[in-house]
Design a protein around this ligand. Structure first.
Ligand code: 5GP
Length: 193
């Protein structure tokens, strides 16, 4: 069992509605020692890829992506911002993302200054559920002409479709913990081997 899985078993809480609460170490309080281990593991899994930029989405992706950037030759970190309105002055790449946890739609934006066709991007996020957040980030990369070298996820909920959909698009998705089943009534969590 890896250290993220161990932490999930120790401090994760299974909520109704297929939500895993991990705010003791990932979504509110941040376990930096764990983040370092995650960064090292992604660096191993994406070894040989020439990554110069890490792209994530606010808010919870920022901490893990910032620590991970140090294991990718200090690649620059860009985070997509969530915005209620669409920016119309043309200096932003934009995509629509439906939030799994909040059930609302956000526009996510990245300035054209910070992503372009010379960039080789690793996308990092805390969770992969239905894949909406990733689809939005992939759209933004496509608009910018940048190359997506891979996708690093902390926790994938393998019983939801996002992982399958994104892998079928041909991307290398490396999830550090894949939850195959969880039960809110017993608190039980099963990981993929
Ligand atoms: P997706 O877009 O893949 O459906 O969901 C990914 C996003 O929703 C992540 O960025 C994360 O913020 C949030 N999310 C999805 N499932 C969970 C969950 O079980 N627990 C928490 N804390 N966040 C989740």
């Amino acid at each position: 069992m890896n250290c993220l899985e161990k932490k999930i078993l120790e401090d994760g809480i299974v909520k109704e509605g297929n939500v895993l609460k991990v705010d003791a170490f990932l979504n509110h309080q941040c376990d930096i020692e764990l983040y370092n281990e995650m960064g090292k593991e992604w660096a191993k899994r994406f070894e040989g890829k020439n990554i110069n930029k890490i792209l994530t989405i606010e808010a919870s992706g920022i901490g893990i992506a910032a620590i991970a950037a140090q294991y990718f030759n200090n690649a620059k970190l860009v985070f997509a911002k969530k915005s209620q309105s669409i920016n119309l002055d043309g200096d932003m790449f934009t995509a629509e993302v439906e939030s799994f946890t909040h059930k609302n739609v956000n526009h996510v934006i990245v300035s054209k200054k910070f992503l372009n066709e010379d960039d080789h991007v690793l996308i990092i996020d805390d969770f992969l559920a239905n894949g909406c957040a990733l689809q939005g980030l992939l759209q933004i990369c496509k608009q910018s002409g940048s190359t997506v070298e891979g996708i690093g996820i902390a926790i994938e909920k393998g019983f939801q479709d996002g992982g399958k959909i994104i892998r079928n698009l041909g991307y290398q998705v490396e999830s550090l913990a894949i939850v195959d089943a969880m039960d809110a009534s017993t608190g039980e969590i099963k990981f993929r081997d």
